[in-house]
Design a protein around this ligand. Structure first.
Ligand SMILES: O=P(O)(O)OC[C@H]1O[C@](O)(COP(=O)(O)O)[C@@H](O)[C@@H]1O
Ligand SMILES: [Mg+2]
Ligand SMILES: [Mg+2]
Length: 344
């Protein structure tokens, strides 16, 4: 049996225009950085066990030492790959690296870093865009997500794995320490329907009525309007929740809510929602902000947040209907009975 490696996959890559070589070099450089980060994560020291420097990033989160090490490793990888513009969750503004490759790289260096202490999977999310030829490097990152040339994430779980899309399907590669290479494991296909949802229900009282209604209907299970039982999962690590959905379907929600600072949820459009949306769509799923397709949103700020709903396509559409049409709520009173919309 021949083993398909990431290297062979990238070598066979042909993209439109003249970006093929630059994308290949960028993904390779990121893969090397992810292996280095994996080593750093498994070195036990106060620095790697979730310690924080006390500094805050642009979004107000406390930076862990690992967030900073990850950002440094990725910035170095970006330089090696000839990236022109770089933007990271851990830096205030976009940076001009003067690389000749014509690409822009946006990263969440360490996603889920609040999970480090609890030994839950964390990851590195990336989005690769064509660099925009303007003096201000931020312009490269204010393009709609549909312009991404490639996107993916590395997950530091029991296995080190890469979920990658170059715009023609999504692939999963798992790192073999034996072979010293990422090996292709599968091409995920997200089922259209699901009976599994992921949301932080502790925020229930802060949600809009349409969302409360959606979750109420899931919880009522086979005796409610959905007429089927649901399972719930919430890892609170975006990469880990996404990996599960790539593997077996489901739906993930991080909505906007009424908490101070959470009107657009918690997740960032440029380096979290956009790459995840591209991976999910390329695996047959859907991704929206509840109403509009994520990949059609035009960012106005590199760190802007967005509500995020993604996963099994029919469920993502159904959630959109609950959120869009509050009249559905009225129509569910016993007087009107249960509309067909709510059945699977
Ligand atoms: O703690 P909450 O509010 O449920 O948020 C969990 C979400 O926050 C995140 O940790 C945000 O990512 P960062 O750790 O990169 O800031 C996601 O991985 C996760 O889905
Ligand atoms: Mg994150
Ligand atoms: Mg992060």
């Amino acid at each position: 049996m021949t083993i398909a490696t990431l290297e062979a996959y990238l070598n066979a890559l042909v993209l439109a225009g003249d970006t093929t070589k630059a994308v290949e070099e960028t993904v390779s450089a990121l893969a090397t950085a992810a292996c280095d980060l994996r080593t750093i994560i498994t070195q036990v020291s106060p620095m790697t066990l979730g310690g924080t420097s006390g500094e805050r990033n642009a979004d107000g989160d406390f930076q862990r030492y690992l967030d900073v090490s990850a950002d440094e490793a990725l910035l170095a990888a970006a330089r090696r790959a000839g990236i022109r513009h770089y933007c990271s969750e851990e830096l205030d503004g976009a940076v001009d690296l003067n690389g000749k490759g014509g690409l822009a790289l946006a990263v969440d260096p360490l996603d889920g870093s609040s999970n480090i202490d609890t030994n839950v999977s964390i990851g590195t999310i990336f989005s690769i865009l064509p660099a925009v030829d303007e003096d201000e490097p931020a312009a490269s990152f204010l393009q709609e997500g549909r312009k991404q040339l490639a996107a993916g994430f590395f997950i530091y779980g029991p296995q080190l794995a890469l979920a990658l899309t170059l715009g023609a399907g999504t692939r999963i590669f798992v790192h073999s320490s034996h072979l010293g290479a990422f090996v292709e494991s599968l091409q995920p296909a997200i089922p259209e329907r699901t009976q599994e949802f992921a949301i932080n229900t502790s925020n229930y009282r802060h949600w809009d009525e349409g969302l409360q209604l959606y979750v109420d209907d899931c919880l009522k299970g086979s005796s409610g309007p959905r007429e089927k039982d649901f399972n719930m999962r919430w890892i609170a690590s975006l990469v880990a929740d996404t990996y599960r959905i790539l593997m077996r379907g489901g739906v993930f929600l991080y909505p906007g809510d009424a908490r101070k600072g959470y009107s657009s949820g918690r997740l960032r459009l440029v380096y979290e929602a956009n790459p995840i949306a591209m991976l999910i769509e390329q695996a047959g799923g859907g991704a929206s902000d509840g109403i509009s397709r994520i990949l059609d949103l035009a960012p106005v700020n590199i760190h802007q947040r967005t509500p995020l709903v993604f996963g099994s396509a029919r469920e993502v559409n159904r959630i959109g209907r609950y959120l869009r049409d509050p009249s559905i709520i009225a129509e569910r009173s016993p007087l009107f009975g249960v509309r067909g919309l709510f059945r699977a």
